[in-house]
Design a protein around this ligand. Structure first.
Ligand SMILES: C[S@@+](CC[C@H](N)C(=O)[O-])C[C@H]1O[C@@H](n2cnc3c(N)ncnc32)[C@H](O)[C@@H]1O
Length: 223
């Protein structure tokens, strides 16, 4: 097995029969989602599956930047049970924080279990369309958004006020959440036009074959 640093901070290539990405496990021995753990030279890596996380899929598809850094403060909108957020937590490390906003009390229960182990994850039961519910978060370096609702761009623009100058946002768009009958490529074109009014589009990646009819945009702030 070969383990090498990727060009992105905190993300590694693990080469066995297949090439996979991984993070360093912030809580060694802990694998809440049944993910594979690999111990190598006293370091424990967690395999980050692109079929289970849109951000991992965007990396596997060759997104040109993933500007998340150790120590970053992150606002994660639509955290669900915290699967993808747990990898963001590995990358930002002990000095970073991941504020995980989730509207569903049912999945929030699972998220709380994960956050009890991963101290830098802060679960927030709230509606991302109403950021006044979590003003206490303050400024963040990065926003991840994966809420799969119709008004996805609106949700992000409402939360943009949390982003520090020079900060980044990553948004996952599922075309079927917007319109089940329209062509995904048309929907994505319209979304891109909307996003361009508020952000600079750094890169975008369709997520097939990992997720059908999904796209991820990496955005930076307009000065
Ligand atoms: C596709 S799942 C997120 C999966 C997660 N990002 C991951 O990869 O582990 C979308 C989540 O967004 C949540 N959600 C939908 N609308 C929301 C809102 N207005 N505010 C906060 N969360 C919302 C849903 O309850 C659901 O758990």
């Amino acid at each position: 097995m070969k383990i090498t640093k990727s060009k992105f901070e905190g993300i590694f290539w693990i080469e066995n029969e297949k090439k996979k990405i991984a993070t360093i496990n912030l809580v060694p021995g802990y694998a809440p989602f049944g993910e594979q753990l690999i111990k190598h030279k006293n370091v424990e890596y967690r395999i980050w599956e692109p079929h289970r996380s849109k951000w991992a899929a965007a990396i596997m598809k060759g997104i040109k930047e993933f500007p998340l850094k150790k120590g970053n403060k992150v606002l994660y909108l639509g955290a669900a049970s915290g699967q993808s957020a747990s990898y963001i937590s590995d990358i930002v490390g002990d000095r970073g924080k991941v504020f995980c906003v989730e509207i569903s009390p049912r999945v929030m229960r699972e998220l709380i279990f994960v956050a009890e182990k991963k101290n830098n994850m802060i679960p927030i039961l709230a509606d991302a369309t109403n950021p006044s519910e979590y003003e206490f978060v303050g400024e963040v370096d990065f926003i991840f958004q994966d809420v799969a609702v119709k008004e996805q761009v609106d949700v992000l623009t409402k939360n943009k006020k949390f982003l520090k100058k020079g900060g980044y946002a990553m948004i996952a768009i599922k075309s079927r959440s917007i319109d089940v009958s329209a062509k995904p490529s048309e929907i994505f074109k319209n979304i891109e036009k909307e996003l361009e009014k508020h952000f600079i589009i750094v890169d975008k990646k369709r997520l097939e074959p990992y997720e059908m009819d999904h796209i991820v945009f990496l955005l930076s702030q307009k000065s």
